[in-house]
Structures are given as C-alpha cells and as structure tokens.
Design a protein around this ligand. Structure first.
Ligand code: GLP
Length: 242
C-alpha cells in the first residue's frame, strides 16, 4: 500500500500543516473526537492552533479533545503531566468545555477500571475521528514501548528510563512507581484517521524504520504502515534518510 507522506520544508510549515489538519477536522465535523499528543513535536503546533483560533474563532463547543496518554504517579498539576500541558497549550485557550476534554487520571487505586472508562468514553462519543501521534526515538506510540502487542488496548505501561529520571528530578518523587497510561496499539489503529508527526534529525533513523522497515512489535510505529488512512507529516531533517 502506498504511504501518505508529507515533508514540510521548514519547521514553521510543519507546525502550520499539522495545526490545520486539526482545525480542518473540527471545521468539517464540529462533533469530531480528536486525540492529541504532548511533547516537543506538538508544542508549536498547539500554539499555531491557538493563533488560528484567535484570528478566526471556530466552534469547539461540541468537539471532544483527548490525550492519547498520560503520566501516572504524579499530580495532574505537575507541569510535565499531559493534562496540564494540553490545558495550558490548547484546551483553556480554545475554551473546550471541561466535559469534552477527556484525559485518563495520573493517580488512581484502580487503573484497570480507568483504562476501561477512558476507552469507553471515546467509544460512547462514536470513536476517534483524528488521532495525532508523536513518535518516540525508539518507535513508541503513546506510551506503547517496543514489545507491546499490536492487540493491546488501553493499559498502564512502564515508563522509559530517561523520562522517568527527568520526572523524578522535576518532582522530587523518589521511589513511588511511575508509569504511563495509554491507549493501546489496537485502539490507536481503530482511529478513523491518524496524523503521525515527527521532526528533527534525532527522529531520522526511526522514521526510516517506521516507513520502510519490517512491521514488528519491536518498532510499534511500524504498525502504521497498515493503517488505511494515516498521514506521516515529517520535516526535512526527520525525512533525511528516506
Ligand atoms: C512522550 C509521550 C508521547 C509522545 C512522545 C514524543 O513519550 N508520551 O505521547 O509522542 O513523547 O515526544 P517528543 O515530541 O518530545 O519527541
């Protein structure tokens, strides 16, 4: 199957193209269910969506916005929690009604029940129309690290060591377990449309593997080769090995 690859010529073009994919989805379908990802790659794209909203306000009152994953074991107010990042970068700016901003919790006594609730809530709203996904340098999608079965549904995964070390440094949490609650690979693949975003030279090798390598759980992102409606949005640096 031919893959749908877009290569932006500059970072600015990358952020604008990504932002308009999300805005366009909501303009086409005001009741859209849109999944976002946090991280360096999407930060500016969220800023551009905010900018577009400020100059050409669009109706978000019926749209559902959610995050594909969340850190567990920290407070939701921690600046590195996906909830707080998405709220400050986008949700509050757009004025998305609280009941339409769906995030799994960071703390719970029963994460299994929370996983069921999270995916159940998305299903109740008709399933995911557009899922924006960042890409880990090891190929992870959401918090689905290499080795995650393609059949996985929402679950709590281990956190990668670098991220765990950073969060412990930031928060002073010494020993309490940290993890990542995430939609599973199967949930992600059920999205009607996916936008995979990757920028920067550090992603060049994994981008090449994702698009041309074997489809294997060793590289979760490779599964996207099988999705019927996935656009891979890259910048020149991340696409340089193609
Ligand atoms: C974290 C998040 C992912 C995100 C990834 C990419 O691991 N849990 O959802 O896609 O980072 O981050 P960055 O864009 O900073 O490379």
């Amino acid at each position: 199957m031919k893959l749908n690859i877009t290569i932006a010529r500059s970072e600015n073009e990358f952020d604008r193209l990504a932002a308009w994919r999300v805005v366009g989805e909501i303009l086409n379908n005001p009741r859209a269910v849109v999944g976002l990802s946090t991280g360096q790659t999407t930060r500016n794209m969220h800023a551009v969506i905010s900018e577009i909203f400020a100059t050409h306000p669009f109706d978000v009152s019926q749209a559902t916005i959610f995050g594909v994953d969340e850190v567990t074991g920290v407070s939701r107010d921690y600046a590195g929690a996906c909830y707080t990042m998405l709220r400050t970068q986008l949700i509050d700016v757009l004025g998305v009604p609280a009941e339409n901003f769906i995030m799994p919790p960071t703390l719970s006594d029963d994460f299994d029940a929370e996983c069921v609730k999270f995916s159940g809530e998305l299903a109740r709203r008709g399933g995911v129309d557009l899922q924006v996904l960042g890409l880990g340098v090891n190929g992870h999608l959401g918090f689905n690290q290499p080795g995650t079965p393609f059949e996985s549904t929402a679950w709590v995964s281990k956190m990668d060591e670098a991220l765990e070390a950073r969060i412990r440094r930031d928060t002073g949490i010494a020993t309490a377990p940290l993890g990542g609650i995430t939609l599973g690979i199967k949930d992600i693949m059920h999205s009607r449309r996916i936008l995979l975003v990757a920028k920067g030279e550090s992603k060049a090798e994994i981008v090449k593997q994702m698009l041309t390598g074997p489809i294997s759980i060793d590289n979760p992102s490779s599964v996207l080769q099988l999705h019927p409606n996935c656009e891979f949005l890259l910048d020149i640096q991340s696409a340089k090995l193609l």
